[in-house]
Ligand binder design. Structure first.
Ligand code: SAM
Length: 288
């Protein structure tokens, strides 16, 4: 069966010593994550952009050639359906990914990496839990969290559907004072606890099977599905304090209006991020 392409994969082939400036440039140009493949003295940086962003290939080529020594860069491009894109990422388990401006994610065996960019490092043992940082919904949540959380903004984060624990761990690394991670699947919960330990942040994260009823959080994130987000509207709305933010993800573009309609009475929509067929909503809770 013909699978409709959703993604334009751009593979940048460069000398290994230029990986850092090239990655920083690609992220500044809107790449959500980079899969880095070592190839001896050269590296391949794989980035994905929505199919409609045709002009990206030429623009990235020009930008990289300006940035790096003459003759050192070559670019290849291919169109990928959503399924193939997901398989490509999963095949590489937890690839090394630079997400946003402050996060670097990889499997424990990738580290210690020379972290010249001073990013916050997250080591993930993938196990049987969703959340390696490669899925569009997870990456959108991470990018929104990075924009919200800083060390100067003291606050607590609620992560509902924590899976591998990635968003909770990222929350603590970005500066959240404490995190409550909620997960109904006992296997995922065990993986998340292990990942928190590996990253040395287990003392900052409380793991639970349900959202605590009395607590109010400065930030909430829920990467679930549209029907579950609609079911949880009362619980999630109550959990975020007035003026706080809620990130909702795991929503197919065609489901966005329904989810938003349920949250709109108490929240204002600040931003909507679309990656392929997925959208992520950034909301702010009204003060009154
Ligand atoms: C799409 S994964 C997200 C994992 C991770 N937060 C990420 O962003 O990559 C959704 C997770 O939510 C969990 N889940 C589903 N319904 C839930 C609920 N009502 N309460 C808590 N967790 C739930 C699933 O078991 C799964 O691990």
């Amino acid at each position: 069966m013909f699978k409709e392409p959703h993604w334009r994969e751009i593979t940048v082939d460069i000398p290994a010593e230029h990986e850092e400036p090239a990655s920083a440039y690609l992220i500044a140009q809107g790449a959500g994550g980079i899969w880095v493949e070592s190839n001896g003295p050269r590296v391949h940086l794989h980035v994905f952009f929505p199919i409609e962003e045709k002009e990206k290939v030429g623009a990235l080529g020009k930008g990289l050639r300006r940035l790096l020594p003459k003759g050192s860069v070559s670019l290849a491009t291919a169109l990928r359906p959503e399924e193939e894109w997901q398989t490509a990422w999963q095949k590489h388990s937890v690839p090394i990914q630079r997400i946003g401006k402050r996060l670097l994610i990889g499997a424990p065996w990738h580290f210690p990496l020379s972290n010249r960019s001073h990013r916050e490092v997250i080591q993930l043992a993938p196990g049987m839990a969703f959340g390696t940082g490669t899925h569009a919904t997870t990456r959108s949540c991470l990018i929104f969290l990075e924009g919200l959380i800083s060390r100067s903004a003291r606050g607590a984060l609620l992560d509902v559907g924590t899976g591998s624990g990635l968003l909770s761990i990222a929350g603590t690394k970005l500066g959240a004072r404490r995190v409550t991670a909620v997960e109904i699947d006992p296997v995922a919960l065990a993986v998340a606890k292990e990942n928190a330990k590996i990253n040395g942040v287990d003392s900052k994260i409380v793991f639970r099977k349900t959202v605590p009823s009395g607590a109010r959080y400065r930030w909430g994130v829920a990467n679930l599905t549209a029907p579950v987000l609609i079911d949880l509207v009362e619980i999630l709305s109550r959990a975020v304090r007035p003026g706080g933010n809620l990130i909702l993800s795991g929503i197919l573009a065609r489901e966005g209006a329904d989810v938003l309609a349920r949250y709109r009475p108490r929240f204002t929509l600040l931003r909507k991020m679309r990656k392929g067929e997925w959208i992520t909503l950034l909301l702010e809770k009204r003060k009154r």
